[in-house]
Design a protein around this ligand. Sequence first.
Ligand code: ZN
Length: 222
Amino acid sequence: MCAKVEKYYDDASRLSYEALLEGNKRFVAETLQEDPDYFSKLASGQAPPVLWIGCADSRVPANQITGTNPGEIFVHRNIANVVVHSDMNMLSVLDYAVNVLKVKHVIVTGHYGCGGVIAAMSHKQFGLIDNWLRHIKDVYRLHSAELDAIEDETERTNRFVEYNVIESVENVCKTSIVQNAWKNDQEIYVHGWVYELGTGYIKDLQVSHSNKDSLEGVFRFD
Ligand code: ZN
């Protein structure tokens, strides 16, 4: 048993496991100093107005980049913020957010420089993840004429990142969960954002949906 922790970085200069627990103690102490009732209030329940569907990338944490606090955003993250209708994990989160928490906004947030999107654009094999990235390759297929015509690689990747977000936004709207909520006059807005790692700013892609009208016919439920 290692009783005493002295170093906060491992040999590769990465933050050590122990440093996280120390960080937690600091967080509790500092938070309680500001508000002694903070945790007891938070423990009484959550009513976040937003569901965030984002990339698992460590540089895109929902709360920090939006200046929000614990309790204010319900979060689902995966590689490259993909929304697939057969993903039980995503569907469970969405169902809980819409039907129990009654969130008003669902925001799909991608980010420029997304490793998952870049990998999906390549011809390389990366292992098991290739089967997940296939969903993103399908997005490329839908927009290949426009994307192939963009000569600058960064520009092409950025546009692909945006299309991947737009596709996920539409896939959220296509779910029976969101369509039923709209049918029952529940107010839900589905948005698409892209985070710029290099500046810290979020770009609103202005592709919001608040009803099923924009869905292609075959996806629209009565
Ligand atoms: Zn990413």
